[in-house]
Design a protein around this ligand. Structure first.
Ligand code: PEP
Ligand code: MG
Length: 747
């Protein structure tokens, strides 16, 4: 550990603190700091470059370069050595700058006489703020101690920038977190929302990054680490012993909390002049920088663990917990790096929207957000570093765009869009109780998809005729262990009670692929979407399937019961699954329990194989529901979770429509009731085309029922069919352009 009285960085930090304590305007402060660093480090130049916008760095203060270049010299990220430091977030230390790869000479600065160059990033927890540079005339390499000193100073500058220390009049800097920022993410759940930011994990603000007293800071760090260790031990003791995954994560936490290397590095940072919390944050920043470059997902996970642990340590040190005193806005839009399904459920429908920095369309949080019908954007990079509690925010879940602190014109346009949607909603409300009857007199049954008890009120408000798909896996996904049969039965009974006499189709567990239960052993399959999932798991390990079937029979308690099996790929699978249900009915009957008054046993048609299955499948299934999300991904061999290919193939592609039509015909031949329950059923144009090729029942998100019904009630299916047929005969790839054109002309 360096001697705290000797270290160059410590001396520099003590002087820096004195300078920062003096009253001064923003620009003056920056000027004093560059002069101080150059003097203390014995360099000819010290310059501070800060981001003007996401791609441009501006020279904001300098000692040693021509003063007229301040606020004039600008560089793009990646341009010159300064731009390279900003891009890679790594220091560049060279004795011969002009010879260095990417060097760019800027004549207005007069820097040609300086040979040695050391640039370090000014960053705060992955948020890049600028670059701090020292230069010297002599061709020398800066020592490790000098590099370290400059890094520590850059970190203090980042903290002070965050606190607004350099904000001021004229040429000084604009305050951070005040400008409008737009993020392009990926749509996890459609919908639009206007509200204010509510951070899932509030940012910890470090008011004093420079240590007043070395001994005190060391003691604070040691006490905080001790408390952290106790907390982790308590978490480990409280964790269920059967939950191997959770135990594994907590063991990793314990390992880090006890890691000598981690503690030693933080002690060294304190010895060099940082406060305890600044030392924690410095190591956290380093871990985050590593996280971005580590390709191995396992190692990245462990770095995530370390990050989480650093957050806990910071909270202990600063006393800033989840409750920062900030008041939750009335219209909260939740911002988080990531969030578990259980946590999201706890927030429930109080949220207007959710924006995640990480996450994926198929994550459990996305599944829950979909069930809660809350607009969700995933993959909105850097949002947690930019957003502050209470910031105004607009979420456009149609385009995957988030506007943080939007300009007035953007907010106005957005509000107009929402007002138009509200108007449309009013229009839909007036037809809520009307049937989806087309102009040609064809009635289409519209059902809703659900997965939580919280969905059931939508049955009434949306005007749905029933629940066409109840995804039972949600109850399993949000738990840390398999729910008990009594709990499962209680949920199903409440769902049936709430639905009253409307039909609810329960789909048995569809896990595997994107829906992985935390308590299920990970399968590490090369291609999970084509792997051991849904009914395949149910048939190979029938324990849970049978428990679920028993729960359904008990929940029905004499009422009619409709069950369907997901991902059936051959007739035999359907037959075995059906036999399990018949067996359970038999068993429950022998136990003297009331049996369902009527049992319907259906299958989802989600693999192309079932479109070509023996006629017996269509005869034996009481009903069939097309799982278009999966069917489409297998038909086009295009992963539904892969952004690159997800939208490549249109649902209204002529081949896919003809394929669906073939299924419709086979069902007509055998008189098998058919419905469509994938996301496409809730898109008005798609729904119209499905009806035109013969589908008579659609199941969708509750919010889609109004728009779909509105479209159907204004349409003549025979006319739509004629447009489709003409487009098909013309060799078009998709019937969409023709249908859209027809709708435009018609309306
Ligand atoms: C489908 O595949 O269309 C479907 C409804 O099932 P899920 O989206 O739950 O896989
Ligand atoms: Mg499916």
């Amino acid at each position: 550990m360096p001697d705290p009285t000797e270290s160059a960085s410590r001396r520099l930090l003590v002087r820096l603190r004195e300078t920062l304590a003096e009253p001064a305007a923003g620009q003056e402060r920056l000027d004093r700091i560059t002069a101080l660093i150059a003097e203390q480090m014995g360099t000819h130049v010290c310059s501070i470059y800060l981001f003007r916008d996401a791609d441009t760095l501006e020279l904001c203060a300098t000692e040693g370069l021509k003063p007229e270049s301040v606020h004039q010299t600008r560089l793009r990220v990646g341009e010159g050595l300064v731009g390279r430091v900003a891009k890679t977030a790594r220091p560049i230390n060279t004795g011969n700058a002009p010879q260095e790869r990417g060097f760019r000479y800027m004549p207005e600065t007069g820097e040609e006489i300086f040979s040695a160059f050391l640039g370090v990033p000014i960053q705060r927890l992955g948020e890049r703020l600028g670059v701090l540079v020292v230069q010297s005339k002599e061709a020398r390499q800066y020592s490790d101690d000098e590099v370290y000193a400059l890094e520590v100073v850059a970190m203090v500058l980042a903290e002070m920038t965050e606190l607004g220390a350099f904000v001021g009049e004229g040429e000084a800097l604009a305050a951070l977190h005040q400008r409008p920022v737009m993020f392009q993410g990926t749509v996890g759940q459609e919908g639009v929302a206007v509200g204010h930011v509510w951070l899932h994990e509030p940012r910890v603000v470090i008011a004093n990054p420079i240590a007043d007293d070395f001994e005190t800071e060391m003691r604070r760090l040691h006490e905080a680490v001790d408390r952290l260790r106790v907390t982790v031990d308590e978490m480990l003791n409280a964790a269920p012993s059967g939950d191997k995954d959770q135990l594994q994560v907590l063991e990793a936490y314990r390992m880090f909390a006890n890691s000598r290397g981690w503690k030693r590095r933080m002690e060294e940072d304190i010895a060099r002049g940082l406060s305890a919390e600044a030392a924690v944050e410095k190591e956290q920043s380093a871990a985050r920088a590593r996280m971005q470059t580590v390709p191995d997902p396992y190692l990245r996970e462990r770095l995530h663990d370390l990050d989480d642990l650093s957050n806990r340590l910071l909270r202990i040190l600063t006393g800033q917990g989840e409750h920062t005193g900030a008041e939750r806005p009335a219209d909260p839009i939740l911002i988080a790096r990531n969030i578990g399904p259980g946590e999201l459920l706890d927030y429930g429908r109080s949220l207007r929207g959710v924006v995640l920095e990480e996450g994926s369309v198929g994550s459990h949080a996305a599944v829950v957000a979909r069930a809660l019908a809350i607009p969700l954007i995933v993959n909105a990079q850097r949002i947690t570093t930019e957003a502050l509690n209470g910031d105004p925010i607009l979420v456009d879940g149609e385009q995957g765009i988030v506007h943080l602190r939007p300009e007035e014109t953007v907010a106005t346009a957005f509000n107009d869009k929402i007002a138009m949607q509200a108007k449309a909603q009013q229009r839909y409300a007036t037809i809520r109780k009307e049937p989806a009857l087309t102009l040609c007199g064809q009635r289409i049954a519209l059902h809703m998809n659900a997965g939580l008890m919280a969905d059931l009120p939508s049955l009434e408000s949306s005007g749905a005729e029933g629940v066409g798909l109840f995804r039972t896996e949600l109850q399993f996904l949000v738990r840390s262990k398999v729910p008990k049969r009594s709990e499962v039965a209680a949920l199903y009974a409440r769902v049936m009670d709430a639905a009253e006499d409307k039909r609810v189709v329960f789909r048995t567990l569809d896990i595997g692929s994107d829906k992985v239960l935390s308590y299920m052993k990970p399968q590490d399959e090369p291609n999970p979407a084509l792997g051991w999932r849904a009914i395949r798991v149910g048939l190979d390990r029938p324990g849970v399937l049978r428990m679920q079937l028993q729960a359904l029979i008990r929940a029905a308690n004499g009422r009619p019961l409709a069950v369907m099996f997901p991902f059936v790929a051959q007739l035999e699978e359907f037959r075995i699954a059906r036999d399990h249900l018949m067996c359970e009915i038999d068993r429950e009957g022998r136990l003297g329990r009331p049996l369902p008054e009527k049992v319907e046993i259906g299958a989802m048609l989600e693999t192309p194989s079932m479109a070509f299955s023996p006629r017996q499948f269509y005869e034996e299934a009481d009903f069939i529901s097309i799982g278009g999300n999966d069917l489409k991904q297998f038909f086009f061999a295009a992963d539904r979770e892969n952004e690159r290919v997800r939208r490549r193939y249109d649902t209204l592609n002529v081949s896919f429509l003809s394929f669906l039509e073939q299924i419709v015909k086979r069902c007509e031949d055998t008189g098998t009731p058919l419905s469509f329950c994938g996301e496409d059923a809730g898109r008005p144009v798609e729904a119209l085309c499905f009806a035109a090729i013969g589908l008579r029942s659609l199941s969708m998100r509750p919010a889609s029922i109004g728009p779909v019904k509105h479209m159907l009630r204004r349409s003549n299916l025979a006319e739509a069919r004629a447009v489709i047929d003409t487009a098909r005969a013309s060799g078009a790839q998709s019937v969409r352009p023709a249908i859209m054109d027809w709708l435009r002309r018609r309306d």
